[in-house]
Design a protein around this ligand. Structure first.
Ligand SMILES: [Zn+2]
Length: 261
């Protein structure tokens, strides 16, 4: 454990950046069809080691996405309002890590002009030509307007170090180039999952989120996160609270797998 104390620790805050109404089976494959659920869109604000980082940037213009599902945002859930709660502004963000490029994870990228963006190369390439059923998810302006490929670092390896104590981890399956983020925190190793898992049921069943490019990869990614991290921050977890900074859920111990911690 002495090793860990030498690595910077980061404070993670849950920012509510919009809400979606979805059929539950979108989040838990073949389970809960016909049941509508309200799910938050979380961004993880990360501070430490002199850095201000945002993992996934949430919803920018809810009305633009009504063709997907009901989308709404309370007054305190705009990017500016949520960051202001931390005393931050959009110009303060040094780094953005996008788990993937589905619209609800990168819609605010263009509002963060000073950030360096980290996306997997596989996701960047996949976003140009996704499978037909995912095309409508890839219409956010993550590479237009003020942003281009020059604003992005395209990651082509597993366990890529963003900064000491922060690494991306490849978790494909929900999308072709999906990545999650591992962070050293006071509560142990926290995995910000993106959409590799949305509900605790994804980890305990285990069952992947319903939207996917590969069920096999999605299940392998769930297993990988559970074996690697102590705790998990899921970017649509309805159990998280606005501005939560501790007590993120523990990952379940998988049968036959390594224990956490
Ligand atoms: Zn997604």
């Amino acid at each position: 454990m002495t090793e860990r104390t030498a690595i910077p620790q980061y404070r993670v805050t849950a920012l509510n950046l919009g809400n979606l109404k979805l059929d539950k089976s979108v989040l838990t494959w073949q389970s809960g069809e016909g049941t509508l659920v309200d799910v938050p869109v979380w961004g993880a604000a990360v501070e430490g080691n002199g850095l201000k980082i945002l993992i996934d940037t949430g919803v920018s213009t809810p009305e633009r996405w009504h063709y997907m599902c009901p989308v709404w945002q309370e007054k305190d859930e705009t990017l500016e309002a949520a960051l202001a709660e931390l005393g931050w502004g959009p110009n303060d963000i040094d780094i953005v890590i996008n788990s993937h490029l589905h619209w609800d994870h990168c819609d605010n990228n263009w509002r963060l002009p000073n950030a360096r963006f980290y996306v997997s190369l596989a996701e960047w390439e996949y976003a140009k030509k996704p499978i037909a059923i995912q095309e409508k998810l890839y219409r956010a302006d993550f590479n237009r307007g003020p942003l281009s490929v020059m604003n992005y670092v395209l990651i082509d390896q597993d366990l890529f170090e963003i900064a000491p104590g922060i690494k991306t981890i490849e978790t494909p399956g929900h999308s072709a180039g999906h990545q999650s983020t591992l962070l050293n925190t006071a509560e142990g190793l926290l995995c910000v999952a993106g959409d590799a898992a949305c509900f605790m049921e994804n980890l305990t069943a285990p069952t992947p989120p319903g939207g996917m490019t590969s069920a096999t990869q999605a299940l392998e990614s769930i297993d990988k996160m559970c074996r690697t991290a102590d705790r998990i921050f899921m970017n649509h977890d309805p159990q998280l609270k606005k501005y939560q900074q501790s007590d993120f859920p523990l990952v379940p111990k998988l049968a036959g797998g390594a224990s956490n911690g």
